[in-house]
Design a binder for this molecule. Structure first.
Ligand SMILES: *Cc1c(COP(=O)(O)O)cnc(C)c1O
Length: 378
């Protein structure tokens, strides 16, 4: 078997041996034990989002959806917006752009509010866009823009969206489980995340946490059969089952991952480890001469973009390949304008792993002849 590598990526991530081990059995998708696993997962996810909520009007449901995270987002986008609805997508990175791309495919009337990739979305700018007579009914935003690691102010935007009486959709793919967020307090109608990000499960499904009333409104609105959010929820309601073949092994692994999240002290405990990982990384990279793309106050502890060093011998593919051979997988950049690569600090990684990565980077730079006086491009 090839040796295991550590993943410093935004997903799939490094997972624990026990999460991987939970997959070493086959489960019948209609078996009682398995249905209990699905029920437990749905309940635990709602609890991470803040359930039980003190206000009975805030009744949320959890709808797991087969596929990667994008499938779960597309399920919301293609189910939640009525034929006469109009969506405003707040864009400051690739994942915001992807949501806008979906709406074009489904023929949904859409506007975007574009913000530079190194800037947070401004709630005031959103308020301006929501003023009549534009007729915007739904607003979608990305919590942690994984393109850069930037964290958008979803609570403040939520207040503005609520003020305008619009429906609020949040892609919290790379933040849910590691950055505290209360669904009701942030006025969220639909939140989307997936199994293989900060909960530290394996890929195979995403999930939607949504207000029950909003799911009911989505009945009959879906533009696809398989990603029909209301129908998927109605299936769980009636017999506790997925409508179509569930990723059984991924669900077994995920249940284990949720137990390990709880054992770590829940979201607060996980946030503390990731924050330390990030601090160790940024300090070590600065010593090696690397600059972060974002200003520290806009940067999350999830993933960090670093500028390429301005050195004729620095070739990203070579850098990446040498690190991979040493057992460390980093991530290419996804910015429209600047040459950056990214290093994730989420998944089953400890500060010791970050130190090991930093040592490998130091050695690889020396091998490449880029060791001394690395200065980042401006
Ligand atoms: C990972 C991610 C997604 C979904 O990506 P998939 O590859 O479909 O799992 C969507 N939005 C954000 C912000 C992400 O980080």
């Amino acid at each position: 078997m090839p040796t295991a590598k550590l993943l410093f990526t935004p997903g799939p991530l490094t997972t624990s041996a026990t999460v991987k081990g939970a997959m070493l059995r086959d489960a019948g998708s209609r078996d009682r034990d398995f249905l209990q696993t699905v029920r437990e997962i749905r309940e635990r996810l709602l609890a991470i989002g803040g359930a039980p909520f003190p206000n009975p009007a805030d009744q949320y449901e959890c709808v797991p959806m087969q596929g990667s995270g994008t499938f779960a987002i597309e399920s919301v986008i293609s189910s939640a917006i009525p034929r006469n609805g109009k969506l405003l997508v707040l864009v400051n990175g690739a994942y915001g752009r992807r949501m806008a791309q979906m709406t074009r495919i489904h023929g949904i009337e859409t506007e975007t509010l574009d913000t530079p990739e190194n800037r947070k979305i401004s709630p005031e700018a959103v308020a301006e866009r929501l003023a009549p007579p534009r007729g915007i009914t739904h607003v979608a935003v990305v919590h942690c823009e994984t393109t850069t690691g930037l964290l958008n102010p979803v609570e403040a935007i939520g207040a503005v969206v609520k003020q305008a009486d619009a429906v609020y959709i949040v892609d919290a793919m790379s933040s849910f489980g590691a950055i505290p967020l209360n669904l009701a307090a942030a006025r969220i109608d639909f939140l989307i995340s997936s199994a293989n990000k900060c909960i530290e499960g394996v890929p195979g499904f995403g999930f939607v946490l949504a207000r029950r009333g909003r799911i009911l409104e989505a009945k009959g609105q879906a533009r696809t059969l398989s990603l029909d959010l209301h129908a998927q929820w109605a299936g769980f309601e009636s017999d506790g089952q997925f409508r179509f073949t569930p990723p059984t092994h991924a669900l077994l692994a995920f249940r284990q991952a949720l137990h390990e999240l709880e054992a770590e002290g829940g979201v607060a405990g996980r946030a503390a480890r990731y924050r330390t990982n990030h601090a160790v990384l940024v300090r070590g990279m600065a010593k090696l001469g690397f600059q972060t793309y974002l200003a520290p106050e806009d940067q999350s502890y999830i993933i960090t973009a670093f500028r390429y060093p301005e050195h004729p011998r620095f070739q990203f593919d070579d850098f990446y390949g040498r690190l991979s051979e040493s057992g460390f997988i980093i991530y290419p950049g996804k910015l429209t304008s600047e040459a950056c690569f990214r290093i994730g600090t989420i998944g089953r990684l400890s500060p010791t792993d970050i130190d090991a990565l930093l040592a490998a980077i130091r050695r690889v730079l020396r091998e490449m002849g880029v060791s001394r006086g690395v200065r980042a491009a401006r």
